[in-house]
Design a protein around this ligand. Structure first.
Ligand code: AMP
Ligand code: FE
Ligand code: FE
Ligand code: ZN
Length: 271
């Protein structure tokens, strides 16, 4: 069995369609896959037959903890439930409003056609920052997406607008209301000190969160050890996944991630 419980399609900021993603996951040997698009479950509507793969419905909700942007995975959800419908509707509106504000800010810096350009690349009116980044590259405003994030879209930069998302309590309530497990996504990627990371995990549990994503793609062994210890200490379950967005990133390829730790309780044991 090879689980990959975190990846993205063109329904958010991934580059493969749901069908292309399934084919690639199968060819990578994945047996259990959760598609976890940012604030969207649209990919599940586009899949008629997952073939030999076991699909575990998922979503990655955006929220904030104080001033920090945080992602919460909802795994083993019912994507058609009223709770998830309400969640993706709310977050879609939030994303639309945020996109308009990001575009306003970027146009002040001289980017042309910011909102329409990002929407065109996203194929929707709910673009994310990666779609703005690609539009910036396509229009010659920056050299590459890395530069777009570094100068304009990354944490604390002009295009980083966070106050629109639902609260963590709310997104966890949507996930649990849909029968799912709420998992704190990639806890090591928020740039927190050890003490702040422990505080986040404790707070996440107090909000009703049940698990930590202890492995996100290829990561250093010390991170895996720390997150596994945090799981045990707080009696949280564990998940792992690639956070795949597109081919050509070997550190975030479908089904490829650092060895999961021993001694943790995988989330799927009680599904
Ligand atoms: P959004 O949902 O619009 O806030 O965009 C968040 C997504 O942007 C993340 O899931 C990543 O895929 C991508 N992202 C965030 N920070 C960076 C960065 N520094 N460089 C490249 N991509 C990033
Ligand atoms: Fe993403
Ligand atoms: Fe994320
Ligand atoms: Zn993700």
């Amino acid at each position: 069995m090879l689980f990959d419980l975190h990846c993205h399609t063109t329904a958010s900021d991934g580059e493969l369609s749901p069908g292309e993603l399934l084919a690639r996951a199968a060819s990578q040997g994945v047996s259990h896959l959760a598609i976890t698009d940012h604030d969207s479950v649209a990919a599940y509507g586009a899949i008629a037959d997952p073939g030999g793969l076991t699909l575990i419905p998922g979503v990655e909700f955006s929220t904030t903890w104080g001033r920090l942007g945080v992602h919460v995975l909802g795994l083993n959800i019912d994507p058609h439930s009223p709770a998830i419908r309400e969640g993706v509707m709310h977050q879609g509106n939030a994303r639309r409003e945020r996109a308009a504000r990001i575009a306003e800010r970027l146009e002040k810096y001289g980017l042309k056609d910011a909102l329409a350009g990002a929407c065109r690349i996203a194929g929707s009116d709910t673009p994310g920052r990666p779609h703005f980044a690609r539009h910036m590259v396509a229009s010659g405003f920056v050299r590459h997406e890395r530069e777009a994030f570094k100068k304009y879209l990354g944490a604390g930069k002009p295009g980083d607008i966070r106050q629109h998302w639902a609260s963590p309590e709310q997104v966890i309530a949507w996930i649990r209301g849909a029968g799912g497990t709420a998992v704190l996504a990639h806890p090591a990627k928020y740039g927190l000190t050890r003490n702040r990371l422990i505080a986040l995990a404790e707070t996440f549990k107090a909000w009703g969160g049940e698990g930590l994503e202890v492995v996100s793609g290829v990561q250093v062994p010390a991170v895996t050890r720390d997150l596994a210890a945090l799981c045990q200490r707080l009696d949280l379950c564990a998940t792992w996944g690639s956070d795949f967005h597109r081919p050509g990133q070997p550190w975030a390829e479908l089904g490829r991630y650092s060895t999961p730790p021993e001694g943790v309780r995988p989330a799927w044991e009680h599904w």
